[in-house]
Design a protein around this ligand. Structure first.
Ligand code: PMP
Length: 453
């Protein structure tokens, strides 16, 4: 079979492929770039351009591209047992071993894993499991889950409802009933005259206000990302999480910490919860679990909920054809082996992250940059027209889009969330590759500045 040319692929793409999170009319006008291959932290498109992947795909390729061990693990598993389900009293070796390996890395009280196919399915599972838990506790009226404005928990109906993305809610009457939202801890954007620490407390106390407003007998859980990713790499003030923990404990509601981005090393710890010293009841996971080589997600379940499900019995009517998929699990297991044996998370914490953060801090010198922030292998900077007043450029998000386009022209993938530029490179990125990332970022910023002024 001859390989289709770039032009042929673009024509077929336009004719047949509806892309996710895309303005299809706009895409038709702009055309698509075909990503052809990848190795380490670099991608190549079908025209031969070499691009540094500053986002690790969608925050997922933690161990970098091109690890043959993962391909071989998948190949071996496909020959031996390509599919098996975990319904009807059956299980399979890779899924069992992966659940056990994840439990070893998770906080001590979290020893069970429910497998899904994605992060969104993980959060659908969260909603159903939380309500099942309170049913079994004899408090079925405790159904309401509190999320946050501008949080992201996926794109299924439950995931998008738990998240607080206004544009997603507008399409199709979301959120579904029983899900409400509080303010996000976004000090730079929304802190007003408060100090960062005051604002962190204020934002956390919105949870208590919402619990009292909904009714203490009606609230089931609070869900949040340790650091908001899709919302723009928003790192809460240091006062935020301790106050949230106090409130969650005071009212006895379940704490769900969405680790889909932070899990598997992104913050320099195995989980963001360990970084912030949280004791979640449930942790949705995906992405870095397989480094994105195959789709897989799950929910790590703490003893409070797991014991309740197990001790009370009764079927939990929930699960997926691909829950505990043996090939995805074999790849996940190999990914965990590599993370552990090559001490990749230690490398990220002790070497890559300090250098990355130093370089991010340096961007504050650029005339377009209003705030820089970062933690571990996550970073962001805000584009502003006036540093002192934090005034944005006109045309909401236009400066971010321009900067992102300049990055691609310069061979760098960075994402724009409005006018916030975000990065999340593979954990294995080397110092000289970090230099390349920031050389390209500076060049792109200078080009954007010329057009914006
Ligand atoms: N939760 C968080 C925190 C995420 O960042 C994402 C994806 N970006 C999801 C859930 C949804 O995961 P998926 O796209 O695999 O469904």
């Amino acid at each position: 079979m001859t390989k289709p040319t770039t032009a042929e692929l673009q024509a077929m793409d336009a004719a047949h492929y509806l892309h996710p999170f895309t303005d299809h009319k706009d895409l038709g006008a702009r055309g698509t770039r075909i990503i052809a291959r990848a190795s380490g932290v670099h991608l190549w498109d079908s025209d031969g351009n070499r691009i540094l992947d500053g986002m690790a795909g969608l925050w997922c390729v933690n161990i970098g591209y091109g690890r043959t061990e993962l391909a071989e693990a998948a190949y071996r598993q496909m020959l031996e047992l390509p599919y098996a389900n975990s319904f009807f009293q059956c299980t399979n070796s890779p899924a069992v071993q992966l659940a056990s390996a994840i439990a070893e890395q998770a906080p001590a009280h979290m020893n069970h894993v429910f497998f899904t196919g994605s992060g969104s399915e993980a959060n659908d599972t969260v909603l159903r499991m939380v309500r099942r838990y309170w049913d079994l506790q004899g408090q079925p009226e405790k159904k309401t889950v509190i999320g946050r404005i501008n949080g992201y928990h996926g794109s299924t109906v439950a995931g998008a409802s738990l998240g607080g993305m206004a544009a997603m809610h507008e399409q199709g009457d979301l959120p579904i009933p029983g899900i409400v939202h509080i303010a996000q801890p976004y000090w730079y954007g929304e802190g007003g005259d408060m100090s960062e620490q005051e604002f962190g407390l204020w934002a956390a106390r919105q949870l208590e206000e919402k619990i009292l407003q909904v009714g203490t007998d009606k609230v089931a859980a609070f869900i949040a990302e340790p650091i908001q990713g899709a919302g723009g790499v928003i790192i809460p003030p240091s006062t935020y999480w301790p106050e949230i923990k106090r409130i969650v404990d005071k009212y006895g509601i379940l704490l769900v910490v969405d680790e889909v981005i932070c899990g598997f090393g992104r913050t320099g710890e195995w989980f963001g919860s360990q970084h912030f010293d949280l004791q979640p009841d449930l942790m949705p996971i995906a992405k870095g679990m397989t480094s994105g080589y195959l789709p897989m997600g799950g929910v790590i379940v703490g003893s409070r909920v797991a014991d309740c499900l197990i001790d009370n019995g009764g079927e939990f009517f929930h699960g997926y054809t691909y829950s505990g998929h043996p090939v995805a699990a074999a790849v996940g297991l190999e990914n965990l082996r590599i993370l552990r044996e090559e001490k990749i998370i230690d490398y990220a914490r002790n070497e890559a992250a300090p250098y990355l953060q130093q370089k991010i801090a340096g961007l504050a010198e650029h005339p377009l940059v209003g705030e820089v922030r970062g933690m571990g292998m996550l970073g962001a900077f805000e584009l502003v027209g006036n540093k002192a007043t934090r005034e944005r450029f006109p045309g909401k998000g236009a400066a971010g889009t321009l900067c992102r386009d300049m990055c691609i022209l310069n061979g760098l993938v960075m994402r724009a969330v409005g006018d916030t530029m975000i990065m999340s490179p593979p954990l294995v990125i080397q110092p000289e590759e970090i230099d390349e990332l920031f050389d390209k970022a500076w060049r792109s910023l200078n080009m954007a500045a010329k057009q914006l002024r």
